[in-house]
Design a protein around this ligand. Sequence first.
Ligand code: AMP
Length: 220
Amino acid sequence: MPKTIVIFFGPPGSGKGTQAEMLAKLTGWKKISTGDLFRAEIAAKTKLGILADRYIKQGKLVPGKVTASLVEKSLKQKASGFIFDGFPRNRGQLKELLMIFAKIFKKKDQIYALEVAVSDREVKRRLGQRRLCACGKVYHLAYNPPINNGLCDICGGQLFTRNDDKPKVIAHRLKVYHHDGEPLLDYFKKQGKLIKINGEQAIAKIHKDIMEELSGLKLV
Ligand code: AMP
C-alpha cells in the first residue's frame, strides 16, 4: 500500500491542529506537529527545548536544521500515513521535506497539502480565546470549551494561554504565514495536490469536508 502524507496548512488559529488530530484518530496515521515536538522539548528542559523557547516566545521560527532533524526522526516511525501540522512553513523547509521524502519513501507514496482557509480577521478574533493543556489538547473557550472551567477533559491539567497567542505576536505570525506559507500552497496547487477547505465552519463540518475530499481522492 502506498503511504500518504497530508500536510495541513492554515494561519495560526485556523483550527488545523484540531482537524489534524481528528484525522489522525480516524485513519491511524501518525500526526507530526513540530510545535508539539518543540513544546515537549521545552517541558523536558532539554538543550533543544531551551533554544527553541527563545524563538517561540517571540513568534519566530526555530532554525531550520534543528526542525528538519526532528521531522526526519518522526518520519521513520512505522505508519501507513503521516499528518503534518506546522511543517513545512517556508521554501527551505519544503526543500528539506522533499529531500527527506526522496530518501525514505517510495515513488508511489504521495504528498498532499490541505489548506484550512480562515481570514486574518477571524484569526485575530479566535486566538485570544485559545487555551492549551500541557498534554497537547487544545481548547477554545467559545467553540470547544473544556467541561470543567480551566481544566483539561483528558488529564485534568490546568489550562494555559500560549505566549505566542498575544496580539503583537499574532500579527507577526500572520505576516510570516502569508509571506512564507503561501508560496508553498502555490507549489502544491501547481502539482495538482492542493485540497482547500473552508475553515470558517463548525469543527464537525470541517472534518466532514476533509473526509469527503480525501475519500474522493481514494486516500481514506
Ligand atoms: P505551532 O504550535 O505550530 O503554532 O508552533 C508554535 C511555534 O513553534 C511557532 O511559532 C515556531 O516558533 C515554532 N515552530 C513550529 N513549527 C516550526 C517549524 N516547522 N519551523 C520552525 N519553527 C517552528
